[in-house]
Design a protein around this ligand. Structure first.
Ligand SMILES: Cc1cc2nc3c(=O)[nH]c(=O)nc-3n(C[C@H](O)[C@H](O)[C@H](O)COP(=O)(O)OP(=O)(O)OC[C@H]3O[C@@H](n4cnc5c(N)ncnc54)[C@H](O)[C@@H]3O)c2cc1C
Length: 555
C-alpha cells in the first residue's frame, strides 16, 4: 500500500449487489456511518435472481424499500407441475398466515438493486460505483483498505469493520484468509432466457410451470415487463459453454412441453452456467465479515441466493449498529457469523439434495411421481422443492448463543422468527399488527396473558419493571382476557379472539423478548423476572438498539 492519506468510516461495504445494498440501507436506518463501493459502473442490468420470497418482503419493508418492490413486482398466484410426461396438477400459492406478505413475488435482481440504490440516494447516500477493492490489512483497531477507481487512482480507507459482499469470487474473503472451496456438481448445466412467451396455454403473468423430465428439470416463471424466465437444467452435453440461442431454447421448450406452438420471442437476456456450491469456513475473521454469495456460493435452484443474502444483511445490520453505536461487545458479531453460517450450511446441503433428486431421478422416483404425484399435490397443495420452506419464514437460530428458552411447551420457541398477527390498540381501538411494533426498531418484550384475567396485573407490574431497568426495550402487552378491553394503556394490544396467542401457540401467561431483526431471543414464564433480567444482563447488554429507526412496517 502507498502513503495516500486515509479517509475513515465505520463500515466499508465492498460490493453493491443485493446484500451490500440491503446492508447499507439498514445501516442508514440505524444511523451508522458507512461507505459502499462496487467495481461495476451501476446497478445490475440483468435479471439474475427472479423472485422475492415472503421473508425477504418482511425484511425489505422493515428496512424501507419494500413498498417500491411491491409496486413493480408480479405476484405469483399458482403453479402447474408436469412430471415425466404427465400433468400432476395446479396448486394456488400457499396461504401463509403468519406474515403480512404471503405472496411470492416475481421481480428481477437488477430492478431490486436499482430500487435499493435509489432508496439510498433519496436518503443522502451515494453508492460508489466504479470503485474496486484491491487489498486490506487488519490490526486491533481497524482495517486499512486499498481501493482503486475506474481511472486507476488509488485511495486508502481506514474502516472499523469491512463487510465483504463482493460475490462468489470474493477478493475480500481471499484477502482475509477465509477459505471457501466450491464443489462442482458434475454432469449438468443451466441455460436461461428471459423473453416474451406465446403458446397454447393462457399467459396471465401470475403463473409458474415446472416440468420434470428424465435428464433434468425446467421452469417458466413470470417477471415484470410481461417477460417470462425459462430456466432449463439438463445434461451438460446439451449445454455448450456459451449463451444459448433463442432457437435452441425454443426447440427445448417444444420438446419438453409437447406444444409445437410454444415460442419465446423478444429476448431480454440469455445466460448459462454450471452448478457448484460451497460455504466459507467462517463468516468472520476479526474485523472482516462476509455476507451473501461471498460467504456461500449457492446453487440457483429454488430461488434462494439473493433472498438468503438479504437475510444475512438484516441479521448483521443491527448487530454492527449495536457494537458501533451503543458500545455492545464485539461478541455480538460472532453470533452473526454462527447464526448465518449454520443457516447457509443447511441450505447448501438441502440444495445439493434437491439437485440430485431433480436432476438424477431414479426409476423408483419416476414411478412414484407418475403414480402418486397428482394425489400428493392435491393433498399437500404445495410445491416445496426440499425440506426447508423456500419462503424462508421458518429459518431459525435455535442453537445460537442469543437464543434462551425457559419453557417446555409451545411451538414457537427462542431462535424462531416471531410470527405476525392482527391485534387492536387498546388506547384507540384501531387495528394494527404485531409487526408494526416488532419492526419499529430495537428490542420488544411481548407479554401474553394466556387469556387469564388474573395475569393482567402481574404483566403490568412486569412491564413497569422492565421499562425501568431496560429503558431501550419496548413492552407490548398482548391481552386475550375479556376484562382487558377496559384498559386504555398505550402498550396494550387486545387479542380477544386469540389470533396472536394462537400464532405464538401460547396458552399460559409468558413473555417473549424479540430482537430487532424479528427473531425471538428469550422466552420464559411471566413470573420469571429473574430469568428475563439474567438474559438481559448477559445478552441484551450486547445489543440494545435505540427505538426510533425507520421502517415501512410501522403504522
Ligand atoms: C443465472 C442466475 C439466476 C439466479 N436466480 C436466482 C433466483 O431466482 N433467486 C435467488 O434468490 N437467487 C438467484 N440467483 C443467485 C443470486 O443472483 C445471488 O445469490 C445474488 O446475486 C447474491 O448477491 P450478492 O450481493 O451476495 O452478490 P452479487 O450479486 O454477486 O454482488 C457482488 C457485487 O460485488 C461487486 N464486486 C466484486 N468484486 C469486487 C471488488 N473487487 N471490488 C468492488 N466490488 C466488487 C460486483 O460488481 C457485484 O456488484 C441467481 C444467480 C444466477 C447467476
Amino acid at each position: 500500500m502507498n502513503d495516500t492519506p486515509a479517509t475513515t468510516t465505520d463500515v466499508l461495504i465492498v460490493g453493491a449487489g443485493p446484500v451490500g445494498l440491503a446492508l447499507a440501507a439498514d445501516l442508514h436506518r440505524h444511523g451508522v456511518l458507512f461507505r459502499l463501493v462496487d467495481r461495476k459502473g451501476g446497478p445490475e442490468r440483468y435479471s439474475k435472481a427472479a423472485n422475492f420470497w415472503p421473508r425477504t418482503q418482511e425484511v425489505a419493508h422493515a428496512i424501507g424499500f419494500g413498498p417500491e418492490v411491491h409496486r413493480i413486482a408480479v405476484a405469483v398466484r399458482a403453479t402447474t407441475v408436469h412430471a415425466f410426461g404427465q400433468l400432476l396438477g395446479t396448486v394456488p400459492t400457499r396461504s401463509r398466515p403468519t406474515t403480512p406478505f404471503p405472496e411470492t413475488l416475481a421481480v428481477n435482481q437488477g430492478k431490486v438493486e436499482g430500487i435499493v440504490s435509489a432508496h439510498l440516494e433519496a436518503h443522502g447516500h451515494r453508492v460508489e460505483y466504479g470503485t474496486a477493492f484491491v487489498s486490506l490489512a487488519q490490526d486491533d483497531a481497524g482495517v486499512t483498505v486499498e481501493l482503486e477507481d475506474a481511472n486507476g487512482r488509488r485511495e486508502i480507507v481506514r474502516a472499523r469493520y469491512v463487510v465483504g459482499t463482493d460475490g462468489g469470487k470474493s477478493r475480500v474473503r481471499e484477502a482475509a484468509g477465509i477459505r471457501l472451496t466450491p464443489v462442482r456438481l458434475e454432469g449438468k448445466g443451466l441455460q436461461q432466457v428471459d423473453a416474451r412467451l406465446r403458446w397454447s396455454r393462457p399467459v396471465t403473468h401470475d403463473h409458474i410451470w415446472f416440468y420434470l423430465f428424465d435428464s433434468g428439470f425446467c421452469g417458466i416463471v413470470p417477471l415484470p415487463d410481461k417477460l417470462y424466465r425459462f430456466f432449463l437444467c439438463r445434461d451438460l452435453e446439451r449445454v455448450p459453454d456459451r449463451a444459448p440461442t433463442l432457437e435452441e431454447m425454443n426447440l427445448a421448450l417444444r420438446e419438453i412441453t409437447g406444444d409445437p406452438s410454444a415460442e419465446f420471442y423478444d429476448p431480454a437476456w440469455f445466460s448459462h452456467g454450471l452448478f457448484a456450491y460451497g460455504v466459507a469456513e467462517t463468516y468472520r475473521a476479526r474485523r472482516v465479515l462476509l455476507a451473501g454469495d461471498a460467504g456461500h456460493n449457492t446453487i440457483p435452484i429454488g430461488g434462494q441466493g439473493m433472498n438468503a443474502a438479504i437475510q444475512d444483511a438484516f441479521n448483521l445490520g443491527w448487530k454492527l449498529a449495536a457494537v458501533l453505536r451503543d458500545g455492545s461487545s464485539e461478541a455480538l458479531l460472532d453470533t452473526y457469523a454462527v447464526e448465518r453460517r449454520a443457516v447457509r450450511a443447511e441450505l447448501a446441503q438441502d440444495q445439493k439434495d434437491n439437485f440430485n433428486r431433480l436432476m438424477r431421478p431414479t426409476a423408483l422416483t419416476k414411478f412414484v411421481q407418475r403414480s402418486f404425484g397428482a394425489f400428493v399435490l392435491r393433498r399437500t397443495q404445495s410445491v416445496e422443492l426440499g425440506r426447508r420452506d423456500e419462503a424462508q419464514l421458518s429459518v431459525n437460530y435455535p442453537r445460537s448463543p442469543l437464543s434462551v428458552d425457559r419453557l417446555r411447551r409451545g411451538r414457537v420457541r427462542a431462535g424462531d422468527r416471531a410470527p405476525d398477527a392482527p391485534v387492536v390498540r387498546a388506547s384507540d381501538l384501531t387495528t394494527t399488527t404485531l409487526f408494526a411494533d416488532v419492526y419499529a426498531g430495537g428490542w420488544t418484550l411481548v407479554l401474553f396473558d394466556g387469556g387469564r384475567a388474573a395475569a393482567c396485573s402481574e404483566l403490568e407490574a412486569l412491564a413497569l419493571e422492565v421499562r425501568a431497568s431496560l429503558p431501550a426495550v419496548r413492552t407490548l402487552r398482548v391481552l386475550a382476557a375479556e376484562s382487558a378491553s377496559r384498559t386504555m394503556a398505550h402498550d396494550v394490544r387486545l387479542d380477544l379472539d386469540r389470533l396472536a396467542h394462537a400464532r405464538f401457540d401460547v396458552r399460559q401467561p409468558c413473555v417473549y423478548l424479540v430482537r430487532p431483526d424479528g427473531y425471538i431471543g428469550y422466552r420464559g414464564g411471566a413470573a420469571d423476572l429473574g430469568g428475563l433480567l439474567k438474559y438481559a444482563g448477559l445478552v441484551l447488554r450486547l445489543g440494545v438498539a435505540q427505538p426510533g429507526v425507520r421502517s415501512s412496517l410501522r403504522t
